[in-house]
Design a binder for this molecule. Structure first.
Ligand code: S3P
Length: 177
């Protein structure tokens, strides 16, 4: 059953910022998958990357996503790389509605450059390559929303109304009507 709302998109697209107000609008709990991974391993993401490597991080991310997808209906912000894995993508498309927060490369970089908690945002060349590689995959999401520098409350209201228009906000929206 498609009971969750998954927020997908590149680093700096605003998933973790838009998630809480959207969850409040829909009357659902908010889950940040990166925080789940950190709790699961008991270490921050940078440490997981540094000590065990990216593939270990991806495995933890997959495990946590699997667990969250079996849990109660939630708004879930997933890390920028999670939707690139076909296995993860199929799971998200099957158990929820996926919302692509589309951000420009420039806006994403201005938000992430030099952020020590984002190991994949250390240099612009790699950041740009990833951005271009992933773009087409994000487009496979059910809904695409422009995520510029607008207020999170406005973006979340737009997502809620798009969910409603799709007729999928059903049980969630009734409570907030
Ligand atoms: C990643 C994005 C990060 C985090 C990890 C890897 C990526 O999440 O999952 O650093 O591969 O794009 P945000 O998108 O929340 O920054």
């Amino acid at each position: 059953m498609r009971q969750h709302v998954f927020l997908v998109g590149f680093m700096g697209s605003g998933k973790s910022t838009v998630g809480p107000p959207l969850a409040a609008l829909l009357g659902l709990p908010f889950v940040d998958l990166d925080r789940e991974v950190e709790e699961e391993r008991g270490e921050p993401i940078t440490e997981i990357f540094r000590t065990y490597g990216e593939s270990a991080f991806r495995e933890l991310e997959r495990l946590c996503l699997e667990r969250v997808s079996k849990g109660p209906p939630s708004v879930v912000a997933v890390g920028g790389g999670a939707f690139s894995s076909e296995e993860n993508r199929v799971l998200m498309l099957r158990t929820g509605i996926t919302v692509f927060l589309d951000v420009s490369l420039e806006a994403a970089w201005s938000r992430c450059a030099g952020d020590p908690t984002r190991p994949l945002a250390a240099d612009f060349g790699r950041f740009e390559r990833l951005f271009r590689q992933r773009r087409e995959t994000y487009r496979l999401a059910d809904i695409r929303i422009e995520s510029g520098f607008g207020k999170p409350s406005r973006t979340s209201a737009e997502i809620a109304s798009r969910l409603k228009a799709l007729g999928v906000a059903g049980a969630w929206a009734k409570e907030s009507d």
